[in-house]
Design a protein around this ligand. Structure first.
Ligand code: 9D3
Length: 252
């Protein structure tokens, strides 16, 4: 994967910590970087200029951006997917991440200020991708999100334990509640079923609560997913229990 950005320091940390850090150490993921600043020739190394039409802010100039992208392309596999991080882009999500993980490589371009000269997006062309409906100060943190989410999906990156949790039936659902020692703290006990060793019961409890939380908090995720007979049964159980425990509790 490669990133064109003015501030590599904002993206780099994902390659030094945790699951993705280890993948980089093991050579399963490689992150390379180019800055448009390296492709300027004036005394002040100017990467931006005033917008045509006037108004506030600055726009990243075409030429240094073009040169940085060209330089990075030469370091990436043929057929790499080329994206630009943009608040105007297609919303990033899990299925988009899987799409990107299947590409031979990934080239991510990030902007600062008011953005890139539109012609660099057209000429490449670059696909615009957004990480959510809020305003960031630049595309670097968004690029770090993409790098992290995609790297996790590459072969060998997740150990058996974590990859098992991913491609199982819990896919597309929110996580279930988690507990660790002690068994009781401040009067709050760990759900009884998790203390016994009945793995089938535990699996069903976790699936039930993952379904229940998704139904409660993100019902649109459930609508986008086909539920098995077991899942329908567990969700019905969850709803029935929620109904009875809500009587007078004021809890939603
Ligand atoms: C306040 C300026 N906006 C005018 C309506 C346009 C604008 C310019 C530059 C908005 C955001 C940015 C910087 N953001 C990104 O580069 C960015 C981003 C984001 O802000 N939100 C969600 N995803 C992304 S991906 C890149």
């Amino acid at each position: 994967m490669g990133v064109v950005s003015l501030f590599a320091e904002l993206i780099d940390p994902v390659t030094r910590h945790g699951v993705v850090g280890r993948a980089c150490e093991r050579g399963l993921v490689e992150l390379v970087h180019e800055s448009p600043r390296s492709f300027t020739s004036d005394r002040h190394r100017t990467v931006d200029d005033r917008p045509y039409g006037g108004g506030p802010g600055m726009v990243l100039r075409y030429e240094p951006m073009r040169a940085a992208i060209d330089a990075l392309r030469r370091r990436l596999p043929e057929g790499s997917r080329a994206l630009v991080l943009s608040a105007q882009g297609r919303a990033f999500n899990g299925s988009f991440a899987r799409e990107l993980a299947a590409a031979p490589g990934l080239l991510l371009v990030t902007g600062r200020y008011e953005g890139l000269d539109e012609r660099i997006i057209e000429a490449e062309p670059l696909e615009e991708v957004s990480v959510g409906d809020y305003v960031l100060s630049g595309g670097e943190l968004a690029a770090a999100v993409i790098v992290d989410a995609v790297a996790r999906l590459l072969p060998g990156v997740l150990g058996h334990e974590e990859s098992g949790a991913r491609d199982s039936h819990m896919d597309g659902l929110l996580g279930c509640p988690q507990y660790t020692r002690p068994e009781v703290i401040d009067g709050r006990a760990v759900p009884e079923v998790l203390l016994g060793g009945d793995h089938e019961k535990i699996r069903r409890w976790r699936l039930k609560h993952a379904l229940g939380r998704t139904w409660r908090r993100r019902p649109e995720l459930l609508e986008a997913r086909n539920l098995s007979d077991e899942e329908l049964e567990l969700l019905a159980e969850f709803k029935a229990e929620a109904d009875s425990s809500e009587q007078g509790s004021g809890k939603l």
